[in-house]
Write a protein that binds this ligand. Structure first.
Ligand SMILES: Cc1cc2nc3c(=O)[nH]c(=O)nc-3n(C[C@H](O)[C@H](O)[C@H](O)COP(=O)(O)OP(=O)(O)OC[C@H]3O[C@@H](n4cnc5c(N)ncnc54)[C@H](O)[C@@H]3O)c2cc1C
Length: 470
């Protein structure tokens, strides 16, 4: 086996988490290498596919840290790790400023609070995937160029396979390059491989009984290598049962113009979501990310529909950043429309009587202010309910789109990996979507993928630099 052992830091994965970590490390005088499994110059990863919006749970990252902690706490129903939440809230603003100093460009979109830091140039407001030359792609290439200028490198076509360990300390990574094993020795390793959403075995174990019936709403390059490697060295992991994703058109399995946008969350959560029996099965008021998770947990995740009326189609249906109305129909996505609920059920091929009862019960509970008495209860915690009353009525076949897994490697606020049973693993850090503790929980609380990746990448690099100072 060939080996290279002159690094201070080996980073696994070249998304925003990994490149931020490597760049910050090299800025602090450390010799850093990024091992990236992708082979192309613009290798695919979720960071490159992303909308490039840096926010914390829909808040501006420049809000006072106390307010951000409160927002994270509320949205995660108090289940986010307090120390991680505080670290993010305190340092997110600094992470954005650091990215700007590195050459990343941002625009702000009007007064929209969560879009005050959008990587430029922003993607157009069109359905489908569109990443080449957009803000996140440009930012990743800028970071890589900075890394190279400071003497670091990105080794493409290099897949990390195992961690190297010496007396309980992580001392490098064993990787595969062109089918051959190569060792990269280092004083510290940062895992930033993007999660495990692309591994059907792992998502079958933790997320859904039917992995092939989840639409990969991203690059699917996170295949759980980091999680397995860390566990192999005794790392603790957080709950692994939640993902960040959205409701999508079921057509996204065959029509690339309807994913990753438009998301259909606004349609399903303003109205109701029913299964093939014509019955509600979850609390739509918890929001689209929550409902997507609940769809994934069904025995058949390809059996659900968003049901709503004309006021929803012309209201919330038009208000998203890349709205379903008119993008879904324009992109060829299926939308059933009928003058009556009975006719709608017939075109959906579900039992009309039960479906009519479901809608009637929902409308009645809404007008009587008794949504909580429905089975399952409908909350208004995140999304207000709207009646399904004004013809024509609509139904859109749904699927759950998985973007990244929220659970993962347990870290402390400096990104240091925690050992099962307590304490930290010396020399081992993790950042971004490979980590857990901040997002998920019973309310499937989403905090923000990009800001989490950049902030904890930077923090991990700084912790390593401090620890390696003579
Ligand atoms: C369509 C879409 C829109 C999004 N929009 C937003 C948004 O606007 N705002 C936001 O906050 N978040 C958004 N996200 C989520 C965000 O993109 C991710 O949370 C974030 O980019 C994760 O960064 P990361 O560095 O952890 O992982 P990634 O960007 O996925 O990078 C991980 C890298 O690790 C590599 N890798 C994997 N395994 C190995 C291995 N064994 N060895 C070496 N390399 C490996 C992969 O090839 C990949 O390049 C969006 C995601 C998608 C898909």
């Amino acid at each position: 086996m060939s080996s290279r052992s002159d690094f201070d830091v080996v980073v696994v994965g070249g998304g925003l988490g990994g490149l931020s970590a490597a760049c910050r490390a090299s800025q602090l005088g450390l010799k850093a290498v990024v091992l990236e499994r992708g082979t192309d110059a613009q290798y695919l990863c979720n960071s490159r596919f992303s909308g490039g919006i840096l926010h914390i749970n829909g808040h501006n990252v420049e809000e006072p840290a106390e307010d951000l902690v409160k927002a994270i706490d509320e949205f995660t129903l108090g289940q986010a790790d307090r120390e991680l939440a505080r670290a993010l809230a305190v340092d997110a603003r600094r992470a954005v400023a650091w990215l700007r100093d590195e050459g990343a460009k941002f625009i702000r979109v009007g007064q929209i609070v969560w879009q005050q830091h959008v990587m430029a140039p922003p993607r157009p407001i069109t359905p489908g995937l569109d990443w080449k030359g957009r803000g996140p792609d440009v930012t990743l290439r800028t970071l890589e160029a900075n890394l190279l200028k400071r003497g670091g490198s990105v080794q493409r076509g290099t897949a990390a396979r195992a961690l190297m360990e010496h007396q309980g300390v992580c001392v490098g990574v064993e990787a595969e390059v062109g089918g051959k094993p190569v060792q990269f020795g280092a004083k510290a390793v940062i895992i930033a491989d993007g999660g495990f959403q692309g591994d059907l075995g792992l998502i079958g174990q933790h997320i859904t009984p039917a992995p092939v019936k989840l639409k990969q709403r991203g690059a699917a390059t996170g295949v759980g290598d980091g999680l397995r490697m860390a566990q192999g060295m005794g790392a603790a992991v957080t709950a692994l049962d939640a993902f960040y994703g959205h409701m999508l058109s079921r057509d996204s399995f065959s029509n690339d113009k309807v994913w990753p946008y438009p998301q259909l969350d606004e349609l399903g959560t303003a109205g109701i979501v029913v299964d093939s029996r014509g019955e509600r099965f979850t609390d739509e008021g918890m929001g689209g990310i929550f409902v997507a998770n609940m769809i994934a947990r069904l025995a058949d995740p390809l059996s659900t529909w968003a049901v709503f009326d004309e006021d929803v189609w012309n209201g919330p249906g038009k208000s998203a950043r890349i709205p379903a109305n008119p993008n879904l129909t324009r992109a060829g996505g299926t939308v059933h429309q009928a003058p009556t609920l009975r006719a709608l059920a017939q075109s959906m091929q579900i039992p009309p009587e039960r479906f009519e009862l479901t809608v009637a019960a929902y409308n009645q509970a809404l007008s009587a202010g008794k949504l909580a008495s429905l089975q399952p209860a409908r909350s208004s915690l995140r999304i207000p309910a709207m009646p399904i009353a004004k013809a024509p009525f609509y139904a859109v076949p749904l699927c759950a789109g998985i973007t990244y897994t929220m659970g993962g490697i347990a870290i402390d606020p400096h990104g240091q990996v925690q050992r099962q049973g307590g304490g930290a693993i010396a020399g081992l850090y993790a950042a971004g979507a490979s980590t857990g503790g901040l997002e998920g929980g019973t309310g499937i609380g989403y905090v923000g993928g990009l800001i989490k990746a950049a902030t904890f990448g930077i923090r991990a690099a700084e912790a390593i630099a401090q620890g390696t100072k003579p």
